[in-house]
Design a protein. Sequence first.
Length: 95
Amino acid sequence: MKRGRVVFSVGQKIDLYSLDGRWHTIVVAHNLTSPSDIALDPTRGLMFIADTTRVLRATMGGTRITNIVQEAVYRATGLTLDIVTKRVYWSDNLL
């Protein structure tokens, strides 16, 4: 499944490739400032994205993008999930 041409700035998107590299699509190509990290919860079909001063949640297909943390974040990075307790962790890089 390839999408038509999408205009975006370099680094402001989430790509998906098959493990053998034969298949590629852009999952998220809008609403991102500077994504730095991603964590997946395959049990719920969700992805979490550290994007500058916010943490986003979306489906693994790139739909239903929601800000889950927008305040008290300087530069979110190092995103990881605890799937058992349903918690999102990240570090706040001040540099």
